[in-house]
Ligand binder design. Sequence first.
Ligand code: ARG
Length: 260
Amino acid sequence: MFGLTRARSAAAALATAGAAALLAAPSAVAAPQPIVGGTTTTTSAYPFVMQVTDASQNQFCGGTLVSPTKVVTAAHCMVGETTRSVRVVGGRTYLNGSNGTVAQVSRIWIHPDYTGATNGDDVAVLTLSRSMPYTPAKYVSSSDTSVYAAGTTARVLGWGTTRENGSSSNQLRTATVPVVSDTSCRGSYGSDFVASDMVCAGYTSGGVDTCQGDSGGPLLVGGVLAGVTSWGEGCARAGYPGVYSRLTTFSDLVTAQVTS
Ligand code: ARG
C-alpha cells in the first residue's frame, strides 16, 4: 500500500525518463499543494469518502461508501489484511479526529485475479459490520464508458501525502484532474498500463495528483464513482499521470458484492 509506485525493474529507467521530462518542462509544474495540488475539504461535503484504517484507527488508504454497509477500495490496500486488522471510519474529516462512525469489517472481497496494481484488477469491496449513516456514492455501470473521454474533469479525494515522499494531510483534500487518453497513458507507462482495467488522470505538466495514502479512494466524474486510486510513477510528475482502476470494467463484479 504505502510507497507503492511500480512493481518492476523498469522503475529506474522510468525515473530517469521522468527526470528528463521534468527538465524538459521547466515552468510547467504547478506549485505543489495537498493531495498534491488541490484544496482542503470535509466529509460533510463528501460524506461517502471513508478512511480505511488499522485496528488503532490509523488511516492507510481511502475508500468509497457505495451502500450503507459496502465500501469500494483498492485490492492492493488489502494485501496482508484480515477482517480483524481493518476498520472503516466515516464522517471524520481529520486524521487526528475521534468523531464519526467506526465500523468493523466482516468480509473482504479482493478481485480474484488481482496480483499487483500494475497488472490491473486493483479493486476490493469491504462489508461492514454496521451501517454507515452517510449517503453512499453512486458508481458507474459497465456501459458508462463515456466518463473516460480524454479531457473529462475528474475529482480525487484523500488524506495522502501532499508531495512525493512528503507527509500525509491531517485534513481531507480534493483536487480535479483531467482524464488522459489510453494512448497517452500507454506512452507514459508502457505495458504496465492495462487499458481494460485502468484509466489515467493528470496534467501533462504534472503538479496535481493523488499520492501515497490516497490509494483506494475515489475518482469521481460528475459526482459518480468512476475510478479507484491505484498507482503512479512518483506523484504529480510531469508526463506521469495517476493511474486509477477503471470501474466500468469491475462494475458488475462490484454490484455482485454490494447485493450479496
Ligand atoms: N499506491 C499509492 C497508495 O497506496 C497511491 C499512488 C497514487 N500515485 C499517483 N501518482 N497518483 O496510496
